[in-house]
Design a protein. Structure first.
Length: 302
């Protein structure tokens, strides 16, 4: 008789048919197999539903939910989280691959470290032009304010978003009404009020990479207000001001504003290609001064 699952995997997906089989196979092949996998299809127009329905018919751990209307990326990520009733939870994207011991190794660390809200591994980003290490998986310890400050100094691709979490504090950290560019950073910030992040030294997750301008192209299509196109993280900053305790907001406000300036440079590089050489020189100069660590892409949140 199989043990009662204590982990839920939430996979929000839209039009992932080309890659989702590999992701599902790597999840269903985990050495710690006592989990539930909830797939939330967000109005796919390709063969995603048919593929997932086949997996659900063959494996009782898999549940497929077809959303009656498009929830958006943020809404779909929140849906699978709020559907979880197990003590532990993790998100899974349709174009990612996990080593067989990903869940087991992170679960063991959380069981041994009650002060931690999450544990993840190091991550490799895989794209059409090769692979590279992902930023944003380093451990975050100390007081809540110290954890928040360290996160916003260098969030990288925020790959720690794809850690294994304690479910209840993560659910408390994902409020409604935060559907903005950088919603994943808002969730991460709120979880840092709840506990520490741990990091395994091995690479146990390979994430699908995107071109550097992927998020800015999406932003131009979806954002009508020029101010928010120019400063993509301004809505995130305004939301953080609302949801963070005043003490923590005051501590991280300069760092959050700096992220806005970095994203503005990235947006300018995308919108005005002729300025790219000058912007790259500026980024290199500021990075050398350890003031403006320009990331290659935003990265988090499929």
């Amino acid at each position: 008789m199989c043990p009662e699952p204590d982990v839920t995997i939430g996979m929000p997906v839209r039009n992932g048919g080309q890659e989702i089989r590999g992701a599902l196979d790597s999840l269903l092949g985990q050495s710690k197999g006592d989990f539930r996998l909830i797939i939330s299809d967000n109005q796919s127009t390709d063969d995603t539903v048919a593929i997932c329905a086949d997996y659900a018919a063959r494996d009782r751990r898999v549940t497929l939910v077809q959303q009656p209307e498009n929830r958006g990326i943020c809404g779909n990520f929140r849906y699978v989280l709020m559907a979880a009733t197990t003590p532990f939870f993790m998100w899974a994207c349709h174009d990612d691959l996990w080593a067989p011991d990903f869940i087991a190794a992170n679960h063991a660390q959380l069981m041994a470290n009650p002060q931690a809200i999450a544990c993840g591994s190091r991550v490799t980003m895989i794209g059409p032009h090769g692979s590279r290490p992902s930023g944003g998986t380093e451990p975050l310890r100390g007081t809540p304010t110290e954890r928040l400050a360290e996160f916003f100094r260098s969030p990288g691709e925020a790959s720690r978003f794809y850690s294994l979490y304690r479910t209840a504090p993560l659910q408390r950290s994902f409020p409604e009404g935060i559907d903005v560019f950088g919603y994943d950073w808002i969730v991460l910030a709120l979880t840092l009020l709840e506990g520490e992040y741990l990091e395994l030294p091995e690479v146990l997750l390979k994430r699908g990479d995107h071109p550097a301008d992927h998020y800015h192209r999406s932003l131009v299509r979806g954002q009508r207000r020029w101010l928010y196109r120019t400063f993509p993280h301004l809505p995130m900053a305004l939301t953080l001001r609302r949801v963070l305790p005043p003490e923590q907001w005051r501590a991280v406000r300069p760092l959050v504003m700096r992220r806005n300036m970095i994203e503005a440079l990235m947006y300018a590089r995308y919108r005005f290609p002729r300025l790219a050489p000058a912007l790259r020189r500026l980024a290199a100069l500021e990075k050398k001064r350890n003031a403006w660590p320009l990331p290659p892409t935003h990265g988090a949140g499929a």
